[in-house]
Design a protein around this ligand. Structure first.
Ligand code: NOJ
Length: 528
């Protein structure tokens, strides 16, 4: 980790750890910080620059930790604050930066403020409590997880929760809320954390009138999405980050349809980067991908911000499965219909390998969600009683929810728990023996080998990471572009093999056939 790298978020490869499912050191079936500390060597060898941790705070786990009861501590199931400090220090010594999840939109029903709000009425103004309309909730908003966005407390008032009832929304018009989070940011930055991932970053501010939803209004801005007040908040957080001598990154989870409204969050004095969900949801089709890449680059260029490239995370169907289906795009609203659409995992894997080469060659930073380096598919056969995602519960099981991408990682061995620790909090499929880290290590045809090799190349080639790209002429269904230093990436999404431009292959996602690039295959070339 070079301290001279003052803008590391512009090019970093960032690995997302979902702590419950990474590695379990004490055998209770839930991953923990000691499990991460025991695998820092694995992450260093994978060639990543930073880890982003999904929430590790004390939480009743109504939404797997995205319901935070105390923003300045660690849940006992994961470990202690001292262990978090040791992990931060050890990661730094291994050259890895640490990003933590900050959840400002909502807290937990177990948060001290909310407990007081319910029991004594104190602090109600730090949340959105309202009287109902007769017996009905204060407005017609629906929870993103299904069902109403309001829950009633014993004295008859209602509180707002855009997500689960266990996640009461905070009132960001209240100065105490703003001051509290300023302090939380400093608390973690003082401990050496290098950046924050801001959960639901565009939803935090609400129209104070809390009006009914207007179906005729444009999607953005919206009474609870993309409100102008947010920009002042992120400018303040940017000043907090910039006051540190070490570079601290602010990375937003910003779900917006309009790329230019999205880019406003990335102006020079606001967030450093934001997740590119357009790319993540994009179907495996050359035209759609090229349009997405062009729009992404153009929108980021308006503010001089680096793009981010993400294929999977803890909220979406794993891309090996998505890319093996007839419909390869992702939308939350479509999960319930696409779930169980037949998936050809061999095809999905071939495409996922090509997608890794595409993603790692694009300008900006990249994210790797734990397990994608092992080519894990979505675990689709989880029994309903094992599912824990509130989306599954709140939709009465119509939407399977997100558990299928959260299954504990397979490290070694031939049967569950595959070296994870205790029997996992979600059951692991019986056919993952060939997907363990141990089984893939040393196998040149494995996904792990491909990730290690291409991440190492990405680091060493000066034209990759941040910087310009230029499309090359290519046949229909083929993406080809050049980066500085004579680097060329070609991805064949057409059904036929295609010829290659001149150059020496540096890496390929699959075997080349007689110098031709087969379908669903990508290659990196150098033209030096
Ligand atoms: C986005 C997170 O990625 C997701 O897992 C969570 O359920 C919601 N925000 C609510 O915190």
């Amino acid at each position: 980790m070079s301290t001279a790298d003052t803008r590391w978020w512009r090019h970093a490869a960032i690995y997302q750890i979902y702590p419950r499912s990474f590695a379990d050191s004490d055998g209770d079936g839930v991953g923990d910080l000691a499990g991460v500390r025991g695998h820092l060597g694995y992450l260093r060898d994978l060639g990543i620059d930073a880890i982003w941790f999904s929430p590790w705070y004390p939480s009743p786990m109504a939404d797997a930790g995205y319901d935070v009861a105390d923003y300045r501590d660690i849940d006992p199931v994961f470990g202690t604050l001292d262990e978090a400090q040791a992990l931060i220090d050890e990661a730094h010594a291994a050259g890895i930066r640490i990003i933590i999840d900050i959840v400002p939109n909502h807290a937990s029903v177990e948060h001290a403020w909310f407990r007081a709000a319910v029991s004594t009425g104190e602090f109600r103004d730090r949340f959105h409590f309202r009287s109902g309309r007769g017996e009905a909730p204060p407005n017609d908003w629906e929870s993103i997880f299904g069902g109403p966005a309001w829950t009633r407390v014993a004295d008859g008032e209602w509180y707002l929760h855009l997500f689960d009832a266990g996640q009461p929304d905070l009132n960001w018009d209240h100065p105490a809320v703003r001051e509290e989070f300023d302090d939380i940011l400093r608390f973690w930055f003082d401990r050496g954390v290098d950046g924050i991932r801001i959960d639901s970053a565009a939803m935090v501010a609400k129209d104070p009138a809390l009006p009914d939803f207007d179906p005729a209004a444009p999607p953005e801005p919206h009474p609870w999405n993309d409100r102008d007040e947010l920009h002042e908040l992120y400018r303040r957080w940017r000043r907090i980050a910039d006051a540190y001598p070490q570079p601290k990154a602010l990375i937003g989870e910003v779900w917006l349809a309009d790329p230019l409204r999205f880019a406003r969050y990335l102006r020079h004095d606001e967030l450093h980067a934001a997740f590119n969900f357009d790319f993540l949801g994009c179907p495996w089709e050359a035209k759609a991908l090229r349009r997405c890449i062009d729009e992404t680059m153009a929108a980021h260029a308006t503010v001089g911000a680096p793009a981010t490239w993400v294929l999977s995370n803890h909220d979406v169907t794993r891309h090996v499965t998505r890319y093996g289906r007839a419909e390869t795009g992702f939308e939350h609203a479509l999960r319930q219909t696409r779930h169980r659409m037949p998936a050809d995992l061999a095809l999905g894997t071939r495409r996922a390998r090509a997608a890794a080469l595409l993603t790692f060659a694009l300008p900006g930073s990249v994210y790797v969600y734990q397990g994608e380096e092992l080519g894990l598919p979505e675990a689709e056969d989880l029994p309903p009683e094992a599912r824990q995602d509130p989306i599954h519960k709140r939709t009465g099981g119509i939407d399977p929810g997100r558990d299928g991408c959260r299954v504990p990682l397979p490290w070694s061995g031939t049967e569950p728990p595959y070296g994870f620790g205790g029997p996992g909090w979600l059951p692991q499929p019986a056919d993952w023996a060939a997907r363990t880290v141990a089984a893939q290590t040393g196998d040149p045809s494995s996904m792990l080998h491909l990730y290690r090799g291409t991440l190492a190349l990405r680091r060493s080639l000066p034209g990759l990471g941040d910087g310009p790209m230029e499309w090359l002429d290519s046949p229909d269904g083929v993406l080809a572009f050049r980066r500085d230093g004579g680097f060329v990436c070609v991805v064949n999404l057409s059904p036929e093999p295609v010829g290659l431009p001149a150059g020496v292959p540096l890496a390929a996602s699959g075997p080349l056939a007689d110098g031709m690039l087969p379908p669903d295959t990508a290659v990196w070339l150098t033209q030096e």
